[in-house]
Design a protein around this ligand. Structure first.
Ligand SMILES: Nc1ncnc2c1ncn2[C@@H]1O[C@H](COP(=O)(O)OP(=O)(O)OP(=O)(O)O)[C@@H](O)[C@H]1O
Length: 263
């Protein structure tokens, strides 16, 4: 008999309405389970509630109805850590101090926090830049510091809100490869938002397709490329076919969202 594992994240019938002169229903009846070590991406038209979904999982918003549960493996482990599109680093802190911020907040002794920061910076190829300040870094480097900072929090779930959205195409391609490496090496549980279908296919175990607002789950695509995923995946016919397939599913929703915007 197979044993059903408790999911790491469970959303059950989650709806989110923002009250106001014209109430906005951002999400409607969203149910989704994310397993431990699973990488799940969300794609959907602009305004379909992707960021709202992430904020609900982060506990920044309360659902209007439904529930969001995150399984804790240790009582004092943070439930989530977030990487934003804009790196949001503290400009007055060095790179290392930025990455140490989460562990220090949890009262990890300074020396140990510095060790954690150095380890994560090395993982992101930034070992030499610990003493630099954010203004001395390129956009891609700042974003890598943002990822290192989230990893240093050692949270149950990593939430990434278009982390590569503001970067140029080449930096973006390189960082996709670093995130893939991270995924292969440390197997974090990730909920990842992107507008880029190829990015979602490249990185994810499953891609969740959202409808135009109010955001509902329209489809979920499983990507079984095997355990040894490498950057060469991008050149395979399967990759192209799946990316095209997802776009075919999404095209109507993007058009629907644009029609609402045009009214
Ligand atoms: N705090 C808020 N108050 C009122 N309305 C909000 C709030 N946050 C989001 N919304 C509305 O909820 C809807 C979903 O927004 P959300 O930012 O989650 O979409 P999104 O899919 O992430 O969009 P994009 O892809 O453009 O970033 C939008 O119509 C937005 O205006």
């Amino acid at each position: 008999m197979s044993v059903q594992m408790q999911p790491k994240v469970r959303l059950t019938d989650v709806s989110k309405r923002f009250p106001g002169k014209e109430q906005v229903t951002a999400l409607e009846d969203v149910s989704l389970d994310i397993a431990e070590a699973e990488f799940v991406s969300i794609v959907g038209p602009s305004g379909c509630g992707k960021s709202t979904l992430l904020r609900l999982v982060a506990g920044l918003y309360e659902p209007s109805s439904g529930t969001v549960e995150i399984e804790s493996s240790q009582p004092d482990r943070p439930k989530t850590a977030m990487v934003f599109q804009e790196h949001a680093l503290f400009p007055w802190m060095s790179v290392r101090e930025n990455v140490m911020f989460g562990p220090r907040n949890r009262n990890v002794p300074k020396k140990d926090a510095a060790g954690i920061a150095n380890e994560q910076l090395a993982r992101l190829g930034l070992a030499r830049f610990g003493d630099f300040y954010p203004h001395q870094l390129s956009g891609g480097m700042k974003q890598r510091v943002g990822i290192a900072r989230a990893l240093a929090q050692d949270a149950e779930v990593l939430l990434m809100d278009e982390p590569l959205g503001a970067l140029d195409a080449q930096t973006r391609t390189l960082l996709q490869e670093q995130i893939l490496e991270l995924r292969q090496q440390t197997k974090p549980t990730v909920l990842y938002i992107t507008h880029a279908i190829d990015e979602a296919v490249f990185l994810s175990d499953r891609v969740v397709l959202m409808s135009a607002r109010p955001g509902r789950i329209r489809d979920i695509v499983e990507l079984d490329f095997g355990p040894d995923r490498t950057p060469e995946l991008r050149g395979t016919p399967e990759f192209a076919a799946l990316s095209q397939d997802i776009w075919n599913h999404l095209r109507d929703e993007v058009q629907a969202a644009m029609a609402v915007d045009d009214r």
